[in-house]
Design a protein around this ligand. Structure first.
Ligand code: NAD
Length: 264
């Protein structure tokens, strides 16, 4: 049985992760850490598979008394790197799902991997369909250099654009074989109307209640338009990827970024 702890366990993603781990026959939920809901019984939302695990406040103290083989982190970009380093220093592999980590944070995690000889996974999107969308977009960019990304998320999301959108733009930029068509917009009537730009790809972030996680990649060519769209309709859509990453994490080395590198 793989021993797994969840950090951010009382949040929207963390509570789903507790449920997925508690219901996996090859995993044991050994702890659930959050700065809120301390003392709550995890089985109240994750089912009997969660045993007697209750929400605790401090990852370092908790992982010391309840060792884990891996942790899953769904907290906030300003805490996730520290949590990953605490996990590594206690022999647990961090599987970081918190999105929007800075390059400095990723560098810190990578150094901790080198120091401890343990791997770490940073997976900005656990939805298998979203990973395929990025791969399809990368393939399309070789033929359609002109592309724009529109990502749509719920209005509680902390970062914009999403980690998936950033990665999609980077992949498009890396596989373009010619320059995109010139944009002849001369007058911007509202700041940001043409979005931000990553690797020369315009990216637009929509934030509205009612949405979960959605993205469109639109390619334009002479007389044709190709749209690739992915929609996560429910947070359960991420859990197949969470379990896959947990099952594969011990065979990785160093800092692995992106579910696509674990799926292969
Ligand atoms: P949320 O606000 O519902 O949950 C975050 C939880 O983390 C909260 O319960 C909060 O109390 C807790 N928390 C924050 N800082 C903490 C700390 N220092 N120690 C302990 N607990 C702490 O947010 P959410 O919607 O669950 O999203 C969490 C993260 O996951 C975000 O970065 C989001 O973008 C990301 N996310 C990733 C994926 C993916 O596929 N990788 C999918 C959806 C969301």
């Amino acid at each position: 049985m793989m021993r797994v702890g969840v950090v951010g366990a009382a949040g929207r993603m963390g509570s789903e992760a507790c449920k997925a781990v508690a219901n996996a026959t090859d995993m044991e939920l050994v702890f659930a850490v959050d700065k809120n809901n301390i003392g709550d019984a995890v089985r109240d939302w994750a089912g009997v598979g969660a045993g007697d695990v209750r929400v605790t406040a401090d990852l370092e103290k908790t992982i010391y008394s309840s060792p884990a083989d891996a942790i899953v982190d769904f907290t906030h970009p300003s805490f996730a790197a520290k949590n990953a380093i605490v996990a590594l220093s206690h022999g647990a592999i961090p599987v970081v799902g918190t999105s929007g980590l800075s390059q400095d944070s990723l560098d810190e995690i990578e150094r901790a991997c080198e120091d401890t000889g343990k791997p770490a996974l940073y997976i900005p999107n656990f939805a298998i369909g979203a990973v395929l969308m990025m791969q399809f977009a990368q393939r399309a960019a070789a033929y359609f250099p002109s592309a724009e990304v529109i990502e749509l998320h719920h209005n509680k999301k902390a970062d914009a654009p999403s980690g998936t959108a950033v990665r999609t733009c980077e992949l498009i930029a890396s596989s373009r074989t010619s320059d995109p068509a010139k944009d002849s917009t001369e007058v911007i009537k509202a700041a940001g109307a043409r979005g931000g730009t990553i690797g020369g790809v315009p990216v637009h972030s929509v934030r509205l209640p009612g949405l979960l996680a959605h993205q469109m990649v639109i390619f334009g060519g002479p007389g044709e338009v190709l749209t690739i769209r992915h929609d996560s309709m429910d947070r359960a859509s991420f859990m197949q990827g969470v379990l896959l990453a947990l099952r594969k994490c011990s065979s990785q080395s160093g800092l692995v970024i992106g579910l696509e590198n674990v799926m292969e």
